[in-house]
Design a protein around this ligand. Sequence first.
Ligand code: C5P
Length: 253
Amino acid sequence: MAAMPAWEKIIVALDVPSAEAGLCVAQKLHGHVGMFKVGSEVFTAEGPVLARYLVATGERVFLDLKFHDIPNTVRAAARQAAMLGVSLLNVHASGGRKMMEAALEGVRSTQGARAVAAPTRVLAVTVLTSLGPEDLAEVGFQGSPEEVVVRLARLAQKAGLDGVVASPREITAIRRACGPNFLIVTPGVRPVTAASDDQTRIATPESAIRAGADYLVIGRPITGASDPAAAADAIAAEIEKALATPASQAQRS
Ligand code: C5P
């Protein structure tokens, strides 16, 4: 299979209050990025309309709703997400193995029921990066954040999930624990020239790809740029550089 071009590894976070605002950004970026992330803000405001429209116009969508509920409910929600034709959806790994398996069952139950060729892939959120060691202990998790992240990533893999969402500083440990075919989708990415905004654990596109990330989730450095397409192209060039070096090839072989 041919390697994925660098620009397809960029997932743009559409953190917007309305479908119209999301479409406006997406239209500027058509052909410059690989996917659009639709999250809780616009989904709560407008329901599935933005995801549905993007899919209908040929875009790929990551539905970032982080399902966490009893297996029966997550199975049904994942089925609905897959029926929308999204390429990626996510669930909390801390919902447990049965819940993750139910999400997969929901997705698989749509096979043959929808026209979209590529199956929806299911990712796990391990530990929210907003949680520090004290927060984790407070909710009853044992071990350092890295230990918990790796434990939950392994559980997600055992449940059959396709990969995880992971911060830049977790990529190496997850890649080591889960092998080369487990998808790692990484937010908190900032090009060298961009502001960090409120992100603390940041990496450049080049270093995140070198560490083993498959996709980068990037919001404000692209959506807030005066020329979003040019900002995306510059990031794709950084990714290209990382993909072309022997260091990243060695990492994945
Ligand atoms: O604008 P920015 O590039 O910071 O957007 C990053 C996106 O990735 C946001 O949608 C944010 O919710 C999401 N995200 C994150 N950190 C995580 C998980 C998701 O920034 N650990």
